[in-house]
Design a protein around this ligand. Structure first.
Ligand SMILES: [Zn+2]
Ligand SMILES: [Zn+2]
Length: 71
């Protein structure tokens, strides 16, 4: 009876599979230099725009956003 109450990070941003449903050995490394490709909240593919200074990702399904600035 200890289900996580936070809806965030239920899915892997690199491969889109549930964090509990697969091993994600390579995923943290991918996310270290690539923007996330999947929504961590719902697992759907993100719309990702990559800029020289970072990236902006948004989920069409649930509206989650993820951005990073590298300067
Ligand atoms: Zn993964
Ligand atoms: Zn989403």
């Amino acid at each position: 009876m200890s289900a996580p109450t936070s809806a965030a990070d239920a899915f892997c941003g690199a491969c889109g599979q549930g964090l509990r449903d697969a091993s994600h050995q390579q995923c943290p490394q991918r996310l270290a230099y690539d923007p996330p490709r999947f929504c961590t909240a719902c697992g759907k593919r993100l719309d990702v725009q990559v800029y020289p200074a970072g990236f902006a990702a948004s989920c069409r399904r649930c509206g989650a956003t993820d951005t990073a600035q590298s300067r």
